[in-house]
Design a protein around this ligand. Structure first.
Ligand SMILES: [Zn+2]
Length: 374
């Protein structure tokens, strides 16, 4: 993090003080923050950063001389939104027609594509329902929304539903959508670790370019230029980040189903051990470090049992099944969500009746009983 006009040691002090509390990875260029210093601009008095309208991350110099962290959250109002309809063309189109944001549409599509095979089992006229929690501040909706439930009911597919599970631990890998039985949904397909796909060496036996011996190649080599971005192929946690003579600069990421992905010969590493990463997050740049004959990314996958797998074949990563205490909690959450939906629909019905009452004074609705008040 380099900031124009701000001293490097100030930047360092701020980032170090924020690190335990704020996910600095999501700081993007163009976001504003305020730094208050003493008159000589030597000492930071306070720092505040607002990632959205309602959240402020604030650091204030306390009497002990340390920068103390405070999270300020303005109160927001939760509102619920229920969407239902019949499939006419594609699910994506249907959700778009409801005015759902692309980020929320992606979540709903992801969920339903996990429980229904749209290519073979979806038919025109099949019904979908989605229940979303949205946050409002000052009467305006904030970006995004949380999909609490999505279901699909089709002639061929039958009834399929998924609910959101919320773990007491905020960053738990279990926070995801599941079927009522607690079965994991398969996450979206793995993303590509590079922008330009030019495989110079696939997975399998090959003559090693340096040793000239027939050896097994436990990954895929993507040719690139030094400095080209390398992305995490799925969300996960960085379990290793460092250098060794063979692999060069290397990152290992563990994903929710215990699959691990390996990124070797990197030029720059942009993540630390223990850090959580999102799918398609930039984690490094392509390099030529370690035993390598030119700038490329060696990308490898180990399956949950720790065996190397062919990255060209592996497509999905699953979340774990909910069991025991978690499953019991999930069942309670399902019934809470179902109750919220029922309540929401009852309220909507009241509103509808209210509207009908108004329509009732229209002469086209009740021609027999209608008498215009004077
Ligand atoms: Zn390789």
């Amino acid at each position: 993090m380099a900031v124009e006009g701000v001293k490097m040691d100030h930047v360092l002090e701020i980032t170090t003080s924020l690190k335990p509390y704020v996910d600095l990875r999501f700081l993007t260029a163009g976001e504003d923050f305020i730094i208050e210093t003493d008159l000589n601009k030597e000492l930071i008095k306070s720092f505040s950063y607002k990632p959205d309208q309602v959240t402020t991350h604030k650091l204030t110099r306390n009497i002990d001389g340390a920068l103390e962290y405070e999270l300020i959250k303005l109160p927001t109002e939760k509102k619920y939104r229920y969407i239902s309809g019949e499939l006419q063309t594609t699910l994506n189109q249907a959700l778009f027609d409801h005015g759902l944001e692309p980020s929320v549409t992606a979540v709903v599509t992801n969920i339903l594509e996990c429980v229904v095979n749209f290519r073979s089992d979806a038919r025109k006229g099949d019904k979908y329902k989605v229940f979303i929690e949205e946050n409002y501040f000052d009467g305006k909706k904030l970006k995004g929304g949380t999909v609490l439930n999505a279901s699909f009911s089709g002639r061929r597919s039958g009834y399929k539903a998924a609910y959101l599970y919320t773990d007491p631990e905020k960053n738990s890998a279990f926070n995801a959508h599941y079927t009522k039985q607690g079965d994991a949904l398969i996450n979206a397909g793995l993303r590509m670790p590079v922008d330009r796909v030019h495989v110079t060496s696939p997975y399998g036996y090959r003559i090693h370019p340096i040793t000239r011996k027939r050896t097994f190649h436990y990954g895929v080599d993507y040719k690139g230029r030094t400095g080209d971005p390398v992305y995490a192929v799925a969300a996960g946690t960085v379990v290793s980040s460092g250098y060794d003579g063979l692999s060069g600069n290397k990152i290992v990421i563990r994903h929710s189903d215990r699959t691990q992905t390996y990124y070797l010969h990197l030029n720059r590493i942009l993540v630390n051990k223990g850090q959580k990463v999102k799918a398609r997050q930039r984690i490094a740049t392509i390099g030529n470090t370690g035993r390598s004959t030119g700038p490329h990314l060696h990308f490898g996958i180990k399956d949950p049992k720790g065996k190397w797998a062919n990255p060209m074949v592996k497509r999905m990563i699953a979340t774990q099944k909910l069991e025991g205490e978690r499953y019991a909690r999930f069942l309670n959450q399902i019934s809470d969500i179902d109750n919220m939906i029922a309540e929401h629909l009852a309220n909507e019905r009241k509103l509808t009746q209210y509207t009908l009452f108004h329509l009732g004074s229209d002469k086209f609705c009740f021609p027999e009983t209608y008498s215009k008040p004077n």
